[in-house]
Design a protein around this ligand. Structure first.
Ligand code: GLV
Ligand code: MN
Ligand code: MN
Length: 414
């Protein structure tokens, strides 16, 4: 079978070495990666990718929201392309595989197809979506959500980072770094989108299975909460008169935690960021701003929990006012059967073990799913660790994922 033959052109060592090279851009002392969206490190990583793509003869393009595309032209260039990819931005203490694996597996798959001398009917495109993590600029999945029409360009351009730099300014800077890359239209028809990713959880490793056929993605709502109090002297201000924004935030977070406790451990509630002002040891905090990341596989449960959480924010805590802004709301979704069975068949044809799995993490595939047939291929990661510098995966699993990706891309493009 053609797809099986082409998968033999996947070069495991090259794929591994590219991961190690990409991990240099934003490398942390603990061996992880800190590569924030549209940062200098992001630009350096893009430069390397573009060089690899050009050496392969791919056509490179970008769009107004900073997504990067690398295209292998098909024999029918008018036909909507088959797209694969993921993201190269990371969490501040991120690993070497989250996101970048989907990009490098896509590049490897396209290179294998090229080296096998095959020109598919539909063009194949490798996409690098801008700001998936939502770490420097919240919320995440900016590039893919704007590309797919789920968010407007204007709504993301004004988002600022902790230094007050806007997405609009950061986009201009990165455009200036790559003046020769042409702007492609934001609205384009895609035939299908396939994203490879490490699982970021423990299931595949525990089951001893190489490929996860992703059934869907659990729902997620994110919020930003601001608690306003008043500065006061830590030694003199009476307890009854204090308006301590940090204590108020702690009380509110405890109340939300109680709301989110379930026996099944399905509700995922995280406060990952807390900014306190003025953040001085002897001043009663005047302001506490924190993030909420809330997830649940059942969309109606997610909706009602999020709404109860909003109700909790309607009260005063420690005489402090609370305001809450919802940053994103995404229900659980299911990928189409046609793509899932193609992934399963392709893995089986190559005698690579596979199983169905629900993605508990979010991915750009969520937004692509709204505009074209979409699916995801998971591979195991060590101990299920992710969003952590210790994140790890094996050369063999990375390559097997790329081999399955080759077959799926060819299945969709010929
Ligand atoms: C993606 O990085 C997520 O937080 O699910
Ligand atoms: Mn990711
Ligand atoms: Mn991530």
């Amino acid at each position: 079978m053609m797809a099986v033959d082409v998968s033999k052109f996947v070069n495991a060592q090259r794929l591994w070495e590219r991961h190690m090279e990409m991990a240099q851009y934003g490398r942390t002392p603990q061996g992880g990666v800190n590569r924030q969206a549209l940062s200098t490190e992001d630009a350096m990583a893009r430069r390397v990718l573009v060089t690899w793509a050009e050496l392969l003869g791919l056509t490179v393009g970008t769009d107004v929201v900073g997504n990067l595309f690398m295209r292998l032209q098909g024999t029918n260039p008018e036909a909507a392309p088959v797209v694969t990819g993921s993201h190269i931005d990371s969490q501040p203490t991120g690993g070497r595989f989250d996101g970048v694996y989907g990009v490098l597996a896509g590049l490897e798959a396209i290179q294998a197809i090229r080296e096998a001398g095959i020109v598919p009917k539909r063009s194949l495109e490798l996409a690098v979506w801008m700001n998936e993590e939502g770490s420097r600029f919240a919320p995440g999945m900016m590039g893919s959500s704007v590309f797919s029409g789920s968010r407007t360009l204007d709504s993301v351009l004004s988002v600022i980072d902790a230094q007050g730099i806007s997405v609009g300014q950061a986009l201009e800077e990165i455009r200036n770094e790559f003046p020769d890359i042409p702007l492609w239209p934001l609205e384009r028809r895609l035939h299908a989108y396939i994203e490879a990713h490490i699982e970021q959880g423990p299931v595949l490793e525990r089951e001893g299975i190489t490929i996860g056929v992703v059934t869907g993605i659990q729902g997620k709502r994110t919020f930003r909460v601001s608690v306003s109090g008043e500065e006061a002297h830590a030694g003199t201000a009476a307890r009854s008169e204090r308006r301590d924004a940090l204590l108020a935030a702690v009380e509110l977070i405890q109340a939300i935690k109680a709301l989110c406790e379930d026996d099944e451990d399905l509700v995922k509630f995280t406060v990952g960021r807390l900014d306190v002002k003025p953040n001085a040891p002897s001043v009663v905090p005047a302001e506490a701003v924190f993030s909420i990341d809330l997830r649940h596989p059942d969309s109606s449960k997610l909706q009602s929990l999020g709404d109860q959480l909003l109700d909790l924010c309607a009260y005063e805590y420690e005489r402090c006012a609370v305001s809450i802004q919802e940053l994103s709301a995404a229900p659980s979704l299911e990928f189409p059967d046609s793509i899932r069975s193609l992934i399963r068949r392709t893995a089986e044809d190559q005698s690579i073990s596979c199983m169905d799995i629900l993605s508990k993490a979010g991915h750009d595939a969520r937004y692509l799913h709204y505009v074209c047939d979409t699916g995801m291929i998971f591979i195991p990661c060590k101990d299920g660790i992710s969003h952590n510098e210790a994140e790890s995966a094996t050369e063999r699993d990375l390559a097997d994922g790329a081999r399955v990706l080759v077959g799926v891309l060819l299945g969709l493009s010929t």
